[in-house]
Design a protein around this ligand. Structure first.
Ligand code: ADP
Ligand code: ZN
Length: 734
């Protein structure tokens, strides 16, 4: 008798064992979707493992039998099952949540079906005579000329009613039969084929490194250095050997431009996964991948699970991007997951970025990754000069801190005069909850962590979200003594208003979460700007990524300080990434560009580094030593435990309990070097009507944090209205 362990799609903590009945012996395989009995009903679940014995402690006669196999073709290969198990272990979440994350919802829903449409083909050597009417004869000639096609399409193309086709079918001249028709996300786009470009010396060296490295490769190349061309040629090599590849890009960078570059080079073998696809398109693309018809997959986070056979290469572009982190269970980071998948499949892995994450940079320094550099832009045009505008001086001169400095306004005015375009960037990441002095820009910081405090309105306190420390909000600025501390930051709408007052005739496009809420309007806005129908594009970090506008010669950053003052150990790193990326938008083509950065902190390391020409390496070195000093990632693994409840006192009490229990665990297992913070309200203290409290946990090894959490979770029973969840390798401290 054989048994099989099954992960059920109802959030159960553990897979359940079932017996394989004689009728299904030899048929059940791992990765298949099975029907099994559960509490008197039928449920569906994935076969994880075939077992020779009933699991220990369960009498075999108590074990129920598998009812049937839903689909004989396994949904998961062995490496993909192992990948899901790794995610479950690493993020302390049930394995079925990882399995579900790996398959498009439409595939699992039974209503997803291939689309069938009527296909017309001429019948060879029809038995009957030529069609009776001239109309029919002409249609038959047309059909023979094109060799056949979709009824709907031909009827439109030839401007002939479907009934005429039916008549021809009836007389035996053509066949009309339903056929599967792929829902193609690229349908209707003209995609011209492209040939590999001759690589320059730096690109060739990078390609060689990718081909030869036994370890993952960190491809560190400035914006416009030709990384994408290197990916394309690395993939071509894999395809030539019969392998497949996955290219991951941040969701927001997955523009039609990006997709076109891959489709131009590799044609039909490219599958696109994108959150804007219809369920049907997603279903069809996924099936094309599973059948091996598509061997290059381009997509965001979830593409890491694409069932590409014979996987030879995974590319993670913009590897530092925080959108690779899934923000609900299972909270995997797709970049790290890609590395694990590459290892499980024996595939090569490339992480590319102009501003690598410090995690990856440290791995490259330690020799875990091989570093490949492309220090120069392909076209040789230099990075644009970055000018810092010291807002302290601006404030001193004008008596208050304006949204736009006079220097920046002057630069914008010049562009309006010459018909060149401007991008203005308003930093709003997680928008600031810190208080700043409007007169001198001073922000109060936690002395233990050197990070900005978050202001909590309810009790008028400043709190540190890393260590839990707090103090009363001072009545006036401790630095200059004059101003009352205020919430920093202004919205894009206010900036737009201010801009319109200065430049009455300027054509301004605004891009933020509100203006792109409509589907496709992101692309529409960019298309309009590209076509030159606006002078100024004003937006949030959405505009910072991967865009290439030849006519943009001025980029302005209105408030570089906001991300600097986030209560986040990666605040400096994020600021550098944002500013470097924004700077990369200017002067991409023939016209030289200029970048203005308005800041109250011109001396802050990331700001100063960007002003020195996006000088990443020295910045990274200095930042790493800060991280080491404060016991922050990448030297420590860091998780955030969040407790939510509609009842504020329950949330507080349970957060307190978890903090104490974790600290006690850390005390007993001192070899783990685990550090647990006090419980404190989250920066986002209330959301969805629930109060939120948090505890941060740090340790050199993630496995220690997971072990501690699982032990405490499984030995406590919070009431139903209290929810606790842990975010492993947290990137967000809200
Ligand atoms: P990155 O991905 O590093 O930002 P891209 O691959 O987008 O850089 O390259 C920037 C531009 O240079 C693109 O327009 C690309 O077509 C072009 N390019 C890349 N490699 C070469 C090359 N070897 N010769 C000529 N043009 C190139
Ligand atoms: Zn602190």
């Amino acid at each position: 008798m054989k048994y099989v362990s099954v992960a059920l799609d109802l959030a159960l903590d553990k897979p359940l064992a079932y017996a394989v009945p004689p009728a299904l012996e030899g048929e059940v395989a791992t990765g298949q979707l099975l029907r099994v009995p559960l509490r008197g009903r039928a449920a569906r679940g994935f076969a994880l493992e075939i077992l020779d014995h009933a699991p220990d402690g369960v009498p075999p006669e108590k074990i129920k039998a598998v009812l049937s196999i839903e689909d004989p073709v396994p949904f998961f290969s062995k490496p993909l099952l192992d990948l899901a198990k790794w995610i479950a272990d690493y993020t302390a979440s049930p394995v079925e949540t990882a399995l579900r994350a790996a398959i498009p919802a439409a595939v699992l829903k039974r209503d997803a079906r291939p689309r069938e449409q009527l296909f017309v083909e001429p019948v060879e050597n029809p038995k009957c005579e030529d069609p009776s009417t001239p109309k029919r004869r002409r249609l038959l000639e047309d059909i023979r000329r094109v060799g056949g096609g979709w009824l709907q399409q031909l009827s439109k193309e030839f401007d002939v009613a479907p009934s005429l086709f039916k008549a021809l079918a009836k007389s035996g001249h053509i066949s009309i039969a339903p056929r599967e028709r792929r829902r193609n996300p690229l349908e209707g786009r003209t995609i011209l084929p492209s040939k590999p470009l001759p690589l320059n010396a730096e690109q060739s060296a990078a390609l060689e490194t990718i081909r030869n490295s036994k370890r993952p490769v960190l491809l560190y190349g400035v914006t416009g250095s030709g990384k994408t061309e290197v990916y394309l040629q690395a993939i071509a090599g894999i395809l030539a050997k019969g392998g497949g590849a996955i290219v991951m890009v941040p969701e927001i960078a997955l523009t039609p431009q990006t997709v076109r570059r891959f489709a131009s080079r590799f044609g039909e073998t490219v599958a696109v996964l994108h959150s804007a696809l219809s369920p049907g398109e997603r279903y069809d693309e996924w099936r094309r991948i599973r059948r091996g018809e598509a061997r290059v997959v381009v997509g965001p986070r979830s593409a890491v699970f694409a069932p590409v056979a014979n996987l030879g290469l995974i590319v993670v572009d913009e590897e530092h991007d925080s959108s690779y982190k899934q923000d609900e269970t299972p909270r995997y980071n797709a970049r790290d997951t890609a590395l694990v998948r590459a290892r499980l499949e024996g595939a090569a892995a490339v992480l590319g970025s102009a501003t690598p994450s410090l995690e990856s940079w440290l791995n490259a320094k330690n020799g875990k990754f091989t570093l490949a550099r492309i220090p120069h832009r392909v076209r040789g045009n230099p990075m644009p000069p970055v000018r810092l505008v010291d807002m302290n001086e601006e404030a001193r001169r004008t008596g208050f801190a304006p949204l736009f400095s006079s220097e920046l306004l002057e630069a914008i005015g010049k562009r309006l005069g010459s018909g060149e375009q401007t991008i203005l960037f308003l930093n709003r990441r997680g928008f600031s909850r810190s208080l700043a002095c409007p007169a001198c820009g001073h922000v109060e910081k936690c002395p233990a962590c050197d990070l900005a405090y978050t202001w909590h309105k309810a009790d008028d306190c400043l709190r540190c979200h890393i260590c839990g420390g707090w103090k009363r909000t001072p009545a006036s600025c401790p630095e200059c003594g004059c101003g009352e501390l205020k919430r920093a930051g202004a919205g894009t709408q206010r900036a737009e208003c201010a801009l319109r007052k200065c430049f009455r005739h300027a054509r301004i496009l605004r891009m933020d979460a509100d203006s792109v809420a409509r589907k496709n309007s992101h692309d529409d806005i960019l298309a309009e700007f590209r076509a030159g129908r606006a002078d100024i594009l004003l937006g949030t970090q959405m505009i910072a990524k991967g865009l290439d506008f030849p006519n943009v010669t001025l980029v302005g950053v209105l408030n570089a300080d906001i991300s600097l003052n986030l209560p986040d150990p990666r605040a400096s790193e994020r600021t550098f990434q944002l500013l470097a990326q924004v700077a990369g938008r200017a002067g991409r083509a023939e016209l030289p560009g200029e970048v203005y950065v308005q800041t109250f902190s011109p001396e802050a390391p990331p700001v100063a580094a960007v002003a020195r020409g996006c000088d990443f390496e020295p910045f990274a070195e200095a930042e790493l030593s800060v991280r080491r000093e404060y016991a922050f990632p990448p030297y420590m693994k860091m998780a955030v435990l969040t407790v939510r409840s509609e009842d504020e006192s329950k949330a507080a009490a349970w957060a307190e309990y978890y903090s104490k229990a974790l600290a006690a665990f850390a005390g007993k297992n001192s070899a783990l070097s685990m550090n647990v913070s006090d419980a404190s309200p989250s920066a986002l203290a209330k959301a969805d009507n629930r109060f939120r409290m948090q505890v941060t946990v740090r340790a050199p090894k993630n496995s220690s944090i997971v072990a501690a959490w699982k032990w405490i979770r499984d030995s406590s029973r919070p009431p139903a209205d209290v929810r606790a969840s842990i975010d492993i390798d947290a990137l967000d401290f809200l």
